[in-house]
Design a protein around this ligand. Structure first.
Ligand SMILES: [Zn+2]
Length: 418
């Protein structure tokens, strides 16, 4: 049996705690072991403890046979980040939009100049599956280089049956052929295509896309962009109810631009998450709490759009919600794969503590993806997904910003080389 001993972490951030999403003060409990180590066997965490305990266990003859030992050199060690909201598969970029926004042009001006989501849809439709996979592989590598080992990824830049399936197949291949674990979400209802009405498109999503996605088992979750001008509450309810009947779990883009009842709809439908929530009010938060829906907060998109309207994380934590942080990686509004950047924004703009931000981007994110028992903490029996950072105190991850502190990363006990 192959074994790996990782020794001498300045802080081994285990996040050991209750076997459920963390709320309130629990978000601050990182379960840090100083001079900590791990014994990994066959890709899973076997023993977690002080380095001398791990060394002791490694003297066992059976363990010693196939043992490799790595001295982590007094660095900070975390479970790999779990990024629970990304749009990882798309073609091209939105540099023109970016430059126009920098010149302070309005959303309408940018759309008129051929920008916005539609330009990404056109490029993604035109790309072959092989080209799309090549670009997505590059994105996947960026995530791992920032210390992320699992991402949720949404389709939604195809908006036809064939193009949505193409994107979902690319995710399946990423999952099989790259170190990054990809949890697929079908977001056919990302925008209304130019050549159809919202009503017609909702019917297409429900009658043709969802049954195929479910039959081919290409997605675990279904998501909808629930917002005025995209899919209203009634249309979103129709799509998500159909998805639920087909056995998909639910997530939703809710209350990003207006407080339009998205959070309440996610509560009504028993969704796993309600995402964005920049405009959600107290009633919306209360309904999320009553239905145990996890809020997924995406400060990267607020920052990149030059807005200051961050979601009210403190109120959500006080309301007892199991907050999640994610990048919202996408070419238009949040072109970052970096969870450390999101931690920085969470602390500086949303007044979360570094410990709360780490919990929100590991174990709470894992629970939101139905994987709380398998990843998101450093505890015996879990996958040995481990991120090592070149610092001595976990608070440095959110404190220093704008450069990469990642030192090395292990996926199921294997070190990833770049
Ligand atoms: Zn999104």
């Amino acid at each position: 049996m192959k074994s790996l001993a990782l020794l001498h972490a300045a802080e081994l951030v285990t996040l050991a705690g209750p076997q459920r999403p963390r709320i309130g003060n629990e978000l601050s409990g990182l379960g840090i072991i100083r001079d900590g180590g791990l014994l990994i066997r066959d890709g899973k965490i076997d023993i977690v403890g002080a380095s001398d305990e791990i060394e002791e266990a490694a003297r066992d003859a059976e363990v010693r046979a196939g043992l490799a030992v790595v001295d982590l050199g007094g660095r900070v060690v975390l479970p790999g980040f779990v990024d629970a909201h990304t749009h990882l598969v798309f073609a091209g970029n939105r540099l023109e939009d970016f430059e126009r926004r920098a010149r302070d042009e309005s959303y309408e001006q940018i759309a008129k100049a051929g920008g916005g989501i539609w330009s990404t849809v056109e490029k993604t439709r035109a790309a072959s599956e092989a080209d799309l996979f090549a670009q997505a592989t590059k994105h996947a590598e960026w995530f791992v280089k920032c210390g992320t080992t699992t991402v949720e990824a949404k389709s939604g830049y195809g908006l036809t049956l064939d193009d949505e399936l193409k994107i979902l197949r690319v995710m399946q291949r990423l999952n099989q052929e790259t170190p990054l674990e990809v949890v697929p979400t079908f977001l056919g209802a990302h925008a209304v295509p130019r050549d159809s009405s919202a009503g017609e498109y909702v019917d297409l999503v429900i009658n043709e896309m969802l049954p195929r996605v479910a039959k081919e088992k290409l997605a675990e979750f279904c998501d909808v962009f629930c917002e005025r001008g995209y899919f209203d509450v009634e249309q979103s309810r129709k799509i998500l109810s159909s998805a639920k009947k087909l056995g998909l779990k639910l997530r939703g883009h809710a209350d990003q631009l207006t407080n339009s009842g998205g959070a309440k709809l996610m509560a009504e439908l028993g969704a796993a998450t309600a995402d964005h929530l920049e405009k959600t009010d107290e009633q919306g938060m209360a309904s999320l709490k009553s239905a145990n829906v996890q809020p997924v907060l995406l400060p990267g998109s607020v920052y990149a759009l030059g807005s200051t309207s961050y979601p009210r994380a403190r109120e959500m934590i006080e309301a007892g919600l199991a907050v999640v942080l994610a990048t919202d990686f996408n070419p238009g509004s949040s072109p970052t794969p970096s969870m450390p950047m999101v931690l920085s924004l969470a602390c500086t703009q949303m007044k979360m503590s570094p410990a709360e931000a780490i919990t929100a981007s590991t174990i709470n994110a894992a629970y939101s993806l139905n994987r709380g028992g398998a990843i998101g903490t450093l505890e015996p029996g879990k996958a040995a997904n481990v991120a090592v950072f070149d610092c001595e105190d976990h608070r440095e991850l959110a404190y220093w910003f704008g450069f990469r502190q990642m030192h090395s990363v292990y996926v199921r006990g294997e070190q990833i080389s770049f």
